[in-house]
Design a binder for this molecule. Structure first.
Ligand code: HXC
Length: 510
């Protein structure tokens, strides 16, 4: 080797040795990957180009090249992706000004190249020794998170501690993935909480994956280990920022002609004969969408609604649904937030929204009113009203009151509304409605039960029947469950044709 190059080659080798020494014994055996291995798992062929490898903060006595973060660019399923991976072995992955500068550089490049950003996070937050420089660093990152929101996909994976400022960058991103039993996210840790409020709490009970997936709703996906967490990122990217044309793998259920109305007895059997009997909306979604394509988001939080990525005849869609099995499918504060955010995110990434409606309405209750169901419920109305993507709605059973309007109604801009023959569309359910509008008659009747039954039947036929809504143009067609897949597919195919020529409303060529 030429003597001229020896210096840099030795510097590089020293850097690799120092990293190996820091990693030694820390990441082997327990399924914990090193920051570099995490990146290698993410990128196609384990290949990526590292950026800012020699950047360091010389004012820090223990300064290392890279300043505790590896920033990189590579390909994920063929798509250009930027990523950063924090190095927990250096000052707990805490963020100082050099680390922040490196992350900001990646965010700026990603935005300029319209490429997704993946944040692989393990950090104690703002680096205490760097004071205001560290705080400014987070501010710079947050402002890029905001500027990138809706423009490029931003996904965070939390591998271990994610404290203080470290938790807000993921919170400003589109999706957060946690690793079961390992990740813990909090703004202030157990020690500070004990000192301030006197409450004693463990790391897991404060910010573990069970808390954030089931109670706080902060995270969207939980993976059983680090490798699955990274795989989950690739799956999400496959829906919101696909690198290659995704071919449908639908187990043979794909209709050869989307206009062909196939008979599928299984789908028709999902809905029970009795209108009051519950059923699992997941079964209907699974039957309508391509086999194995449904990936649920926030599956353990606000389970009275369902938000999921899926494919119909190979086309990626966002599915939003009420779940009659939980709280009868009522829309409460958490469900409003969950559906509204998912709709807005998917709208940004041009995913058509397919809505399955079965809800008796917004959840009544003092706690809900005082908690601001008006404020939170409005987010759902806003999200549907604002979404510019193709919106397809299927009214399965109940669509009552404000929830009828909110769940992708024609009035809020649905492109197509289908209703099953079982649909009940009205201001409220039959029993409640008759008790109000025929109050005097019922009070004066000698056989009030008989009168109530007759009046409810009459109300069902003349007010709630989907043919009434179809006759007024609020519903486009009455379809059988077995016809739904083909009908939705036809709409999506038409939408594809529109998208090919111009992006709706914006006239932006694709
Ligand atoms: C500097 C830090 C650090 C930090 C951890 N370390 N956090 N160094 N700044 N914020 C260092 C430790 O000194 C230690 O260094 C190493 O990282 C590992 O830390 P441990 O405590 O030994 O690890 P562990 O027991 O796993 O606990 C991890 C932890 C804990 C839960 C993250 O370190 C912790 O509570 N850190 C502080 C978290 C925090 O309060 N951050 C908020 C900062 S304020 P050595 O040399 O001993 O290995 C903030 C404000 C931003 O972020 C607001 C934006 C809105």
């Amino acid at each position: 080797m030429s003597g001229r190059f020896r210096g840099i080659v030795e510097r590089r080798a020293a850097l690799e040795q120092a990293e190996a020494a820091r990693y030694a014994g820390k990441f082997d055996g327990s399924g914990k990957l090193s920051p570099r291995q995490r990146l290698a798992r993410l990128f196609d062929g384990g290949l990526f180009e590292e950026l800012g490898r020699f950047e360091r903060n010389d004012s820090e006595p223990s300064a290392i090249a890279g300043d505790g973060v590896i920033t990189a660019v590579g390909r994920v399923d063929g798509q250009l992706v930027y990523a950063y991976s924090q190095d927990y072995t250096f000052l707990g992955g805490s963020l100082g000004q050099v680390q922040a500068r490196k992350i900001v550089a990646v965010q700026d490049l990603a935005l300029a190249h319209a490429a997704p950003v993946v944040a692989l996070i393990e950090s104690g937050g703002a680096r205490i020794q760097e004071g205001i420089d560290a705080l400014d660093g987070y501010g710079q990152i947050f402002s890029r998170n905001v500027a990138s929101s809706g423009a490029v996909a931003q996904i965070a994976v939390i591998f271990g501690s994610c404290a203080g400022g470290a938790s807000y960058a993921p919170a400003l991103m589109d999706f957060i993935v946690m690793v079961e039993g390992r990740s813990r996210m909090f703004v202030t840790g157990p020690d500070v909480i004990r000192a301030v409020t006197g409450e004693a709490v463990s790391f897991e009970d404060l910010g573990g994956s069970a808390v954030h997936s089931g109670t706080s709703g902060v995270v969207h996906f939980v993976a059983k280990d680090e490798v699955s967490a990274i795989e989950r990122v690739k799956t999400i990217l496959g829906y919101i920022a696909p690198g290659r044309e995704v071919v449908a793998s639908d187990g043979g259920r794909r209709s050869p002609n989307p206009f062909w109305r196939n008979k599928d007895a299984d789908i028709d059997a999902i809905l029970p004969d009795l209108p009051s009997k519950s059923y699992d909306m997941h079964a209907l979604i699974d039957a309508v969408c391509d086999a194995g394509s449904v990936v649920e988001c926030q599956e353990s939080w606000a389970q009275n609604c369902i938000t999921a990525f899926a494919r119909i005849d190979g086309r990626a869609v966002a599915v939003v649904a009420n779940q009659p099995k939980v709280k009868a499918g009522c829309i409460d504060i958490d469900a409003s937030d969950k559906m509204a955010r998912f709709i807005r995110t998917c709208d940004s990434f041009r995913l058509p929204i397919v809505t399955f409606v079965d809800t008796p309405g917004y959840l009544p209750g003092v706690a809900q009113e005082r908690g601001g169901i008006i404020r939170h419920g409005a987010k759902l109305l806003y999200a549907y009203g604002e979404a510019r993507v193709c919106k397809l709605t299927v009214v399965v059973r109940k669509a009552y009151g404000g929830a009828y309007i909110a769940m992708g109604s024609k009035a809020l801009g649905a492109d197509r509304v289908f209703a099953f023959p079982t649909a009940e569309i009205a201001v409220m359910g039959g029993d409640a409605a008759v008790r109000i509008i025929a109050k005097k008659e019922l009070a004066q009747s000698d056989r009030p039960d008989e009168l109530l039954r007759r009046k409810v039947e009459e109300y069902r036929a003349t007010v709630m029947d989907p043919l009434v809504a179809a006759g007024k143009g609020y519903v486009d067609d009455i379809v059988l469950p077995s016809e739904t897949r083909a009908r939705l597919s036809a709409c999506l195919m038409a939408e594809d044709d529109v998208k090919r020529s111009f992006f709706r409303h914006g006239n932006i060529p694709l």
